[in-house]
Design a protein around this ligand. Structure first.
Ligand code: HSE
Length: 328
């Protein structure tokens, strides 16, 4: 299967490394970063491109844009992994629409287009008989969308509670365990590649809220917006607050919760007992899904990181290959 990739940040590089290092039957025929692009219908030499990016800061030919790749490259699936713009969803939404209209499947880790235009993009994809999948938008490596859409099919989801931002969880863990200041811990999270291109999305709770919107719209088809979420971040939290929680054998975590029957749609720091199932460490995420048939299910896994997020992307691409080969 031929893939074109837009974006060469942590996620794009992770996808390239996995495609190069594992025998997945995937060929990269188009690639673009913010400054350049390249295409080759026989397959791009991944190691050379990664080395070029590392050396000179861009991957290909500066006269080739991401739009050129979407419109002209020879691919089956577009992998859209450019940075999230939560206000406009652009330019990613435009790329996705163009790829779908051309009859190509889309896999994305980009939260903007899915949070803002989920229903419209799904209906465009149905019209063109292609798939759009977005596992990597929520929970990094955790297959939460797959669990909701397939594993828990037929269940009524009553509520979701979760830690949906790896950067905040990493910062809170480091502050509590090592007594680091908020700024030191944030710097580390950025160095590890967990944070968004604009890390205020992480620490102000916006990233977790966007993911809550995506989950809510996937589960309940309610078309909620970011403005509907009550948001408090962790940027004002002090080491003292964490120490006080520790003294009570508790800790603080940024919790996202959606309980439609009670009108709850919220992201806020919470004091939790240390043995609570949602108290996970470092860049882990944890998501509890309350259902009518299956009861309560908690998924835990790496919520951010290059290879981990790339795992979710690859899972979506291979799922598309499998389902479309079966003629679905
Ligand atoms: N910045 C995000 C996080 C990346 O820290 O969770 C994964 O969506």
């Amino acid at each position: 299967m031929k893939i074109a990739i837009l974006g060469m940040g942590a996620v794009g590089r992770g996808v390239l490394e996995l495609v190069d290092g594992k025998d997945l039957g995937l060929t990269v025929t188009g690639l673009a970063d913010s400054k350049s692009g390249l295409m080759d219908k026989d397959g791009i030499h991944i190691e050379e491109v990664l080395a070029a990016k590392q050396e000179r800061g861009y991957c290909g030919d500066k006269s080739i844009s991401a739009t050129d790749i979407v419109e002209q490259a020879d691919y089956d699936v577009l992998i859209e992994v450019t940075p999230t713009d939560a206000k406009t969803g652009e330019p990613a939404t435009g790329f996705i629409r163009k790829a779908i209209a051309r009859g190509n499947h889309v896999v994305t880790s980009n939260k903007g287009p899915i949070a803002l235009h989920y229903a419209a993009l799904q209906s465009l994809a149905r019209k063109h008989r292609v798939s759009i999948r977005y596992e990597a938008t929520v929970g990094g490596a955790i297959p939460v969308m797959h669990t909701l859409q397939h594993g828990l099919a037929g269940n009524r989801v009553l509520a979701i509670f979760g830690i949906l931002n790896g950067t905040c969880n990493f910062i809170l863990t480091r502050m509590a365990a090592e007594g680091l200041t908020y700024d030191q811990a944030l710097l580390e999270a950025r160095e590890m590649g967990y944070a968004e291109a604009d890390p205020t999305y992480d620490v102000k709770g916006i990233d977790a809220a966007i993911k809550l919107v995506i989950l809510s719209n996937t589960i309940w088809k309610r078309n909620v917006k970011l403005d509907d979420v009550e948001i408090t971040g962790i940027d004002m939290l002090t080491t003292d607050a964490l120490r006080l929680a520790e003294e009570q054998h508790c800790t603080i975590r940024l919790i996202a919760e959606a309980v439609p029957d009670r009108g709850v749609l919220r992201v806020a720091p919470r004091v939790l007992p240390k043995n609570h199932p949602l108290v996970v460490e470092g860049s882990l995420n944890a998501i509890t899904i309350e259902t009518d048939m299956a009861g309560e299910i908690t998924l835990i896994g790496k919520g951010a990181g290059s290879r981990e997020t790339a795992s979710a992307i690859i899972g979506d691409v291979l799922f598309i290959r499998e389902t479309h080969a079966r003629g679905h």
